[in-house]
Design a protein around this ligand. Structure first.
Ligand code: NAG
Length: 271
């Protein structure tokens, strides 16, 4: 008898526990439904500048690097996978191109190349242009451009070098070379160069193509094949167009050096 009473008591206790649990369960389901329908929201970051709000992040990213002037229609073209190279059309506005040219013009000196033994700059016959370096984050417009490069390359702006403005006269060129370093001086001081973004600041009449002589794939499949100079048809070539940018990677995704990133700048001619 005592035994029976005991178990009946326990059964009542258990049913109370079950009732409480199922009520809690129902409450969570209702809360989840409200959350799901957006009727109710958890009070996380309800201030104006919610850092976890994706819309505000997207707005920040698009306002960042808005830059000078109005850019034409922007679209990306995959140029090649070996080397990894992409063309960003209308990366710079006409005003930004002119701004960079005018900023650099009074400071142009004959270009040098990095000596592969000492890592120091040296004069060279393989590169016959003139150029100058801008300081990183030099002014608002430069910062905007640098941020844009960071956004497109997925490499933080702090990892970038200062922009270099180059000027090629008729007949000047830069023979095929790698952008990655093979010397200890540079790889230890600042690390390996992973990628390069070339931005074309003016249009050219003839020649002046950036060429990848070691690119894999069908080099004659580019839509501009018929517009290329005879030299330009010796490799995968990109015709310079004001405002366009060419991003290519000197390293593969596994951080090994990519010899197919060999590239040069062909001499251009006036018609
Ligand atoms: C390369 O591309 C061009 C243009 O699309 C095509 O006519 C040609 O047959 C291709 N060559 C090869 C070897 O696939």
């Amino acid at each position: 008898m005592a035994k029976v009473r005991h178990s009946r008591l326990q059964a009542r206790k258990w049913s109370t526990v079950t009732l409480v649990l199922s009520m809690l369960f129902m409450l969570s389901v209702v809360l989840l439904m409200l959350l799901g329908l957006g009727i109710f929201s958890l009070p996380i970051n309800n201030d104006d500048s919610a850092p976890n709000d994706l819309t505000s992040y997207r707005r920040m990213a698009s306002e960042r690097g808005k830059g000078l002037g109005k850019r034409g229609e922007q679209w990306t073209e995959v140029l090649s996978w070996e080397p990894r190279a992409f063309i960003y059309h209308n990366f710079l506005s006409k005003e930004e191109c002119e701004y960079l040219i005018n900023l650099a013009k009074p400071h142009m000196v004959k270009s040098t190349v990095v000596d592969s033994k000492t890592g120091k700059s040296k004069d060279s016959r393989v590169r016959t242009s003139s150029g100058m370096f801008l300081r990183r984050g030099q002014d608002k417009i430069i910062r905007d451009i640098e941020n844009r490069i960071a956004d497109y390359s997925f490499i933080p702006v702090e990892h970038g070098e200062g922009l270099q403005v180059l000027h090629y006269e008729v007949g000047q060129k830069y023979d095929a070379h790698f952008d990655y370093f093979l010397d200890e001086f540079n790889t230890k001081n600042g690390g390996q160069r992973m990628a390069t973004m070339l931005m074309y600041l003016s249009d050219v009449e003839e020649g002046g193509e950036t060429i990848f002589p070691a690119a894999k794939g069908n080099i004659s499949a580019v839509p501009w094949w018929n517009e290329l100079s005879e030299c330009g048809k010796q490799g995968l070539a990109v015709k310079p167009k004001m405002g366009d940018a060419l991003l290519f990677w000197s390293m593969r995704p596994d951080a090994t050096l990519d010899p197919s990133s060999l590239h040069g700048l062909l001499p251009f001619f006036s018609l």
